[in-house]
Design a protein around this ligand. Sequence first.
Ligand code: ADP
Ligand code: MG
Length: 665
Amino acid sequence: MPELKDVKGIGPKSLALLNKINIFTVEDLVTHYPFRYDVLKRDELSKVEDGEKIIIDGKVESVPILMRFKASLNKMNFRLVTASGVVGVSIFNRAFLKSKLLVGTDVIVIGKLDKSKNIITASDIKLDVLSNKVKIEPVYHCTSGLTNKNMSTYINMALLMYGKEIPDYIPSYLQEKYQFLNKKTSLNIIHNPSTMEKLKEVTIRLKYEELFQFMFKINYLRKLNKKEKNGLIRTIDRDKLQAFIKKIPFTLTNDQNMAIEEIIHDLESPSRMNRLLQGDVGSGKTVVAFIGMICNCLSGYQSALMAPTEILANQHYLNLKELLKDSDIEVALLTGSTSKKEKNEIYKKLMDGAIQIIVGTHALIQDDVIYHNLGLVITDEQHRFGVHQRANLQNKGVKPDVLYMSATPIPRTYALTIFGDMDVSTIKERPKGRQKIDTYVKKTSEITEVLEMMYEELKKKHQIYVIAPLIEESENSDLTTVNELKDQMRLAFRDKYRIDIVHGKMASGAKDIIMEQFKNNEVQILISTTVVEVGVDVPNATTMVIFDADRFGLSTLHQLRGRVGRGTSKSQCILISDSDAERLKIMEREDDGFVISEEDFKLRGHGDLFGTKQSGDMTFKIASIKNDYKILLQAKKDSKEYLDNKDTDNDLLKKSLIDSITHVN
Ligand code: ADP
Ligand code: MG
């Protein structure tokens, strides 16, 4: 394959700029797709309303007059003759164009028309002509020093020189079946579309190709995982395990027991575990994970539990320590704020195997961490840890089992795709004694009522979460901020109750202190941005108040609501919003996270699933799981058939698809 520097026009300087935006190969370059298209169609002067956008072409009629106001501000005026009349053009800060705008030059002007002055204030001038047809201009993500025009030139040069060599990942029988254009033609069209119809056609083709590749990979990994007998084979002493389970202060639900059995089965089987444990918020996934780790320890291996925040890591650590207090299993906590000295101590103990369970944040997979015999890795909430991170794990000769926990219930069809390479355990049942959380949608004008409801709870010595979407005031937004709310709550409750704030921009140490105080009921009202969304467990908190609730997806609201109702007292959730009541009413009716995420999916196309779920393994150049779901399903089916069809095992394409899967163990 030719290299990027072989493309005519790309010198060392532009090469560096391209690298900066992650373009390293010719293939990267020609698959650097436009993120949008500007459609240029000639307007007529008389048909555009005053103050409206206009696109028009013509010839420069007068020598441009340049005025400089400051070093950074200049303005140029000239007259333009167009097919529908003469018009004045003004443009700011394009002094460099003066030498090009000779009288008689063809230009396209894009800007706003002032009818009374007969002047266009231009935002852009292109040295080009508009034909009578529509002109569709690709717009690329660029970087400073690299213009849209440069990008387009390089891409087209690369296509001209090497278009035939760009690999095509769709098997030919599928190309025929769907009557797809070939790769080179498709690339040519996506970068230089002549009509919207053609553009649409090749877009579908390129999306399909990308999703086909992706699903092939997922199907392949799944198959490999099942086939390979490279896992750890363990036998787990059930009696010893039972002794631990007895110490848990509650009875496990059926679903919890079932998930535990599935995990034990994986641990004992010769295939590696690659399992997703999903369960509604509050369904009790943590204890299942703990038991998984204990099983793993009983069979002689180390376990690691990775949480997305320090608050959460700390919470897990304390709970685990409690559960293990009479045992000889050593557990440690490792996060970004662990002191250097302590860290070194922990590293040493991990390497020689003295620590059997480690809880922490991303610090667990730093280069300095070397495990003696890590047998099980569990990641809690939010991050699916990708192939790259798995590669980062330094472990002596052992391939650990992997369990992911997710509290965002994913609609079944969806889960099968995204987590297609995994087995799934689902906890649906809620722990006994939990009451339904009453949910109310209120308008901002009903705030007094809301404050009264809060006061009733405070009098019962319960605690309250208050959520706002913003931290600080911003000019172009009238959303509620946490600071505003603090003042408002102070005014309402005076000094009777302690009110404090946590938000994502605080230093994690400061955040932890306040969370700790809330846990200990030294703070009664905790005002926060959505940082509490993840995992925090304070059973005495019974009320969740969410301002500007319409700003959040239903799944996020459900997660937030799940922070209350964790004890035995009746809990409530109040959603404050002046709009979007219809959607929010779903929250009043529904308390099943799976149903809610289906609803969210229907309403918003994707809900909140992908804001947080996206991992490095799952970024697409042109396709989107949320918008191209139908194509995805087709690609999934096709790629599986292709993979399973033994007759194609000698295909070069199949071999190269498999080669491209960097399956790091
Ligand atoms: P999540 O699934 O959202 O991570 P957690 O594991 O944090 O939920 O559990 C929520 C709360 O429920 C915790 O306080 C936990 O101790 C408690 N819990 C878990 N399982 C049970 C059960 N079977 N019976 C009673 N309480 C339980
Ligand atoms: Mg949890």
